[in-house]
Design a protein around this ligand. Structure first.
Ligand SMILES: [Zn+2]
Length: 438
């Protein structure tokens, strides 16, 4: 994926710059100068370097906590570190605060706090190269300071343990988005991961009354409501309830790859009406139907290997080593050929066509997945996305939006809605929380 067609992009920029120029050069000398300048402007690498690049989902956090690995270390099989971020001009990353729901049952808040601490510790460890960011302005400021901006998003509403106080505490510690569910449904919202499982209790309308309170309280705090992972019903219910635009921090298009956690065209259009943004997930299993089919066919064999490993941990009375489990997943993934790079661009292109170019961005899922398309191995490869988009005719301004501009717009709007709701001082929808004495 190292050869790129620059013709379309150069041509579209040339016509754009001609329209913007008050006096159109008439001489051939002037023309060739103008063309040279436009070609220079149309250099996708230059466009990528000039853009503010934001990725809204990486699971690197568990490496900090469980592997004692740091952002200054070599990748060692991972997808993101300070060096790769610099090479790929990645300005800001949302580190996922993800609590495995089985292993940490009864200890969700403890694990959530430990993960948050691990991100804050990384920023403290590299003060010259990275900093925490808590707002859209912080992301812009970090870029000006030439520092990598670290942000946090909770993956899975179970982290709040049905308690709005905990939600507020997480906000105070810097968390700026929360997916209402991970692959597990909560007491108040349904997940696409277990929606067809009849043993799991589900809500009537996608969100319970408390679930609506959670959404309202997130709106009031200025925390982004993230609909990645939720069941379709919960998605639609959330759009009705939310006062602010929503995000999908790491979701792809179901029309191109039939995964329940990908978004249908109808959902993509609904996000556009809501003025939200869908950040495309890079996982091969969500991008390529061929890859997904091969992966599904492996399922029984993979489950057997995973169960054996889990049994071993249990027999030795050791905590589950998720890295060892990921290694098993990677071994299985390695048996399937990686999908070609263009599948990733196909999803960005599809969402841009269905929802509009103002409603798509990047949500890699780096360090959380066992297979990425060919050509994408780490954050250092992000410029290839800009190159491929421009080869398909996307302008520099379009690329700016996709790479981070769209997300920044939504983040700012969510902040503004928060300020507005705080000024209104209205109580939340219901006053009771589960378990509260009435
Ligand atoms: Zn996820």
């Amino acid at each position: 994926m190292k050869t790129f067609v620059l013709v379309f992009a150069a041509a579209s920029l040339l016509s754009a710059s001609a329209q913007n120029t008050a006096v159109t050069p008439k001489t051939s000398a002037a023309k060739s100068t103008s063309k040279a300048q436009s070609s220079a402007k149309a250099d996708p690498l230059a466009v990528h370097r000039a853009a503010l690049v934001i990725d809204t989902h990486a699971d690197t956090t568990q490496r900090f906590l469980d592997e004692n690995w740091s952002m200054g270390d070599p990748l060692k099989g991972g997808n993101l570190n300070l060096e790769s971020a610099k090479t790929g001009n990645l300005d800001a990353e949302f580190f996922s605060i993800w609590v495995e729901p089985e292993q940490y049952k009864g200890k969700y808040a403890h694990r959530t706090l430990a993960l948050i601490d691990s991100v804050l510790q990384q920023a403290a460890k590299y003060p010259d190269q990275m900093r925490m960011a808590y707002s859209a302005d912080d992301i812009v400021a970090a870029r000006r300071q030439r520092k990598f901006a670290a942000l946090m998003g909770i993956e899975g509403g179970h982290s709040i343990e049905n308690d709005l106080g905990l939600l507020r505490d997480y906000y105070r510690l810097g968390v700026r988005y929360m997916t209402l569910t991970w692959s597990n449904s909560t007491d108040w919202a349904d997940s696409s991961g277990d929606y067809t499982d009849e043993k799991v209790p589900h809500t009537k309308e996608g969100l319970t009354e408390f679930g609506k309170d959670v959404v309202y309280e997130m709106n009031r705090l200025g925390m982004m409501v993230d609909i990645s992972h939720v069941a379709d019903k919960t998605f639609y219910r959330t759009l009705v309830i939310s006062r602010a635009p929503v995000i999908a921090s790491h979701s792809s298009a179901r029309a191109l790859c039939d995964a329940p956690r990908n978004m249908t065209d109808e959902m993509l259009r609904a996000v556009a009406v809501n003025d939200g943004v869908v950040m495309v997930n890079f996982y091969s299993v969500f991008l390529s139907q061929d890859y997904r089919n091969a992966w599904l066919a492996q399922a029984p064999e993979r489950k057997k290997a995973t169960d054996e490993l889990m049994g071993k941990f249990a027999a030795e009375k050791k905590p589950v080593d998720w890295n060892a489990l990921l290694t098993v997943d990677r071994e299985f993934a390695a048996k399937i050929p990686r999908p070609p790079f263009h599948v990733l661009i196909d999803h960005i292109d599809h969402i841009a066509k269905v929802a509009g170019v103002d409603h798509v961005g990047l949500g890699s899922d780096f360090d959380g997945v066992d297979s990425l398309p060919e050509g994408i191995d780490s954050a250092a490869d992000l410029p290839k996305i800009t190159q491929a988009l421009m080869a398909r005719g996307y302008s520099a301004a379009d690329c700016d939006k996709i790479l981070g501009g769209n997300f920044l717009r939504v983040f700012r709007k969510v902040e503004a809605v928060g300020h507005q709701l705080q000024a209104e001082g209205r109580p939340r929808i219901t006053q009771h929380q589960p378990g509260e004495k009435k």
